[in-house]
Structures are given as C-alpha cells and as structure tokens.
Design a protein around this ligand. Structure first.
Ligand SMILES: *Cc1c(COP(=O)(O)O)cnc(C)c1O
Length: 340
C-alpha cells in the first residue's frame, strides 16, 4: 500500500514561492543593502510602513529577529515586560527576550477571551510603585493574531484600549503582528487600524503570504534607524536583499487571499466537529483540537497522510495557500476513513 501525498497542515510557514514569485525574485533590481540600501528592499519597507501606518520600516530575515530588535531597543536589562500568556515572545523564541534583550517576562492572563488580556490586567500587573527595589515595567508586548490561542483575533477597540492603558502607565508598546494580515482580513479592517498606539510592530511575509523568507519591523524613523544598527549587530544585514524583498512585494499582493484560508479552516473545523472532534471555532486560519493523547493523534494523522503539530497540549491545524478546499475535504475523508 502506498501512502498518499501528505496534506501539510502543520503551519502556513510551509508555503512555497510559486512561479510568479520566483520570476519576480529573478528579475529584482538590487544593490548592497548594507552599504547604501537596496532599491527593492527600500520599496518593500516603504510599502509596509504605509500599510501599517508608520513612518518607517526595516526588513528582517525572521519574525523572531524583528521581535528581538524591538525588545532590545525598548528594554533595559532587568526591565519587566508584559505579554499575553502563551505569546510567541514568551514561549517560542528560545528565551531571547531574557538572554539577549535582558527583559523579565510577566504573562498576562486571557481575561477578555482566548489570547486576549484586558486593559485592567495591564494596569494591575504593571504594578508601578515608587519602592526603590521594585521592578521597572516598561513594555507591553501584544500579539495579533495570537498563535498559541489558535489564531485568535484582537479587535481594534480592544487593541486601542490596551495600547492606551500602556501609554497612561508610561509603557512602550510592541505588537507581534506575525499574522496581523489575517486579523485584518478576518475583521475587514485595514492593517493600520490594528497598530494604533504602538511604538513598533513586526509582521511576517513568510507565513500565509507565502514569501520564502522575511519579516518587517515598523515604527517611527528614529526607532527604525536604531533598529538597522541592531539588525546588523545580530548578523541580519544582507547584501543583495532585493532578491528576497521582491518575494515580499508579491506576498503583499496576496493579503486578501488569506480569506480563502479562513474559509478552509472553517470547513475543516466543521468537518471535524461532525466526526465528533472537539475543536475551537477558527477565527482565522488555525484550529486547535482537544484530544486525550496529542502524540498518539498526531501519529495516527501522519499515518493517513495528514500533518499537524502539537500546540499548548492540543493538536493544531493550519490552513494556507498551498492547501486547497479539495485538499481539506480529502484530509477530512482520510481522517473519517481511518477513524482517527
Ligand atoms: C512565526 C511567529 C513569529 C516568528 O517568526 P519567524 O519568522 O518564524 O522567526 C513571531 N510571532 C508569532 C506570533 C509567530 O507566529
């Protein structure tokens, strides 16, 4: 018996550059970005800054580096920062927030819903006291969509309240917007509506938008100027980066198409529920399934050619542009036939 080609629902990061993207990369106008700014990099950075409503932006090789540069600039060694429980900066960046940025992480509970802390919690937890031996809380790090909460969306009014609370307390605000595009499409609002009041925001081009490499860190000009220095310090300065930025420019044309991934996630969720699974209702392109034994379920899925990953004690499925509606239907058939 031959195993069927796997349907890869592990992550939207498995998306591959297509013909159009590869052609744009091959034809990219390039310079030396470390010496004097590659023209295609510049075009990409300007376009992302405009989309996010900031004055400047900086291409970075990964979302992790984008977040790290922001944290290194916002935090002094020993400063406390607040972030929603399960945030990528807390759980999935190898402790770089502490190791390299010197921050003391303090998770915020999800009092407003999955992945969503309240402004009241920010006020309570910032715990600004005059005691000389108290920690200094200096940063609120938000995440939209919240990956660990299954692609949960923070709506604009909640985001604005959180940012305003941080401002009142004198905290800087960094937004990890790896999938901000998904939030924007799910809510039907422009991305800039979700960056109100932030000092910095990081967005990924290499997830649902399908670029092979790249994220962008955005903020005001002075911050980005400092960020360029830190990027170089971390080894993230690249030379003919236009080859990669060209992929990013094509990726940005595909924001609206994320709606198809969201539709497919709902089809997958509905189909699994019909088969008796316990899954979260997807808000974007992810769903989490509660199962008695995560590793066993992942093994059974793999055996029938459906790939998923563990996430916070659940099974996570992610839809993306390299998985069609019929692939999702096929995945549901395989799961049903095998009785996974
Ligand atoms: C993927 C992701 C990142 C990191 O991006 P990489 O390019 O994988 O380093 C950061 N934050 C969130 C929420 C993510 O999902």
């Amino acid at each position: 018996m031959t195993t069927p080609a796997p349907i890869d629902l592990r992550s939207d990061t498995v998306t591959r550059p297509d013909e159009q993207m590869l052609a744009a990369m091959a034809a990219a106008d390039v310079g030396d970005d470390v010496l004097d700014h590659d023209p295609t990099m510049r075009a990409l950075e300007e376009r992302v800054a405009q989309l996010l409503g900031t004055s400047s932006a900086l291409w970075v090789p990964s979302g992790t580096m984008g977040n790290l540069i922001a944290l290194m600039l916002h935090l002094k060694r020993g400063d406390r920062f607040l972030a929603p429980r399960g945030a990528h900066v807390l759980n999935h960046e190898l402790g770089s927030a502490a190791w390299l940025a010197g921050g003391m992480p303090d998770p915020l509970d999800w009092d407003a819903g999955p992945g969503r802390p309240t402004a009241e919690a920010v006020r309570a937890q910032a715990n600004l006291t005059m005691a000389y031996d108290a920690l200094h809380t200096t940063l609120l790090c938000l995440e939209n969509t919240h990956n660990g909460a299954g692609g949960a969306v923070v709506p604009p009014h909640e985001h604005a309240r959180l940012a305003a609370a941080a401002k009142e307390l004198g905290l800087k605000v960094h937004l990890d917007g790896a999938r901000l595009w998904n939030a924007s499409v799910a809510l039907g609002v422009p991305p800039a509506a979700l960056t109100v009041g932030v000092d910095s925001v990081q967005v990924c081009l290499s997830k649902g938008l399908g670029a092979p490499v790249g994220s962008v860190l955005a903020g005001e000009a002075e911050f980005i100027k400092a960020g360029r220095r830190v990027r170089k310090m971390l080894g993230g300065g690249v030379r003919q980066g236009g080859v990669l930025a060209a992929a990013g420019l094509i990726a940005l044309d595909r924001i609206d198409a994320l709606g198809d991934d969201h539709d497919n996630a709902r089809i997958l969720a509905d189909g699994l529920v019909e088969q008796g699974w316990q899954v979260t209702a997807p808000q974007t392109n992810m769903l989490l399934a509660a199962v008695p034994d995560v590793q066993l379920t992942l093994q059974r899925l793999r055996a029938v050619g459906v790939l998923a990953v563990p996430m916070n004690g659940q099974v996570r499925f992610v839809t993306h542009r390299n998985v069609s509606k019929s692939d999702v239907e096929e995945a549901l058939r395989r799961i049903a036939e095998a009785g996974v």
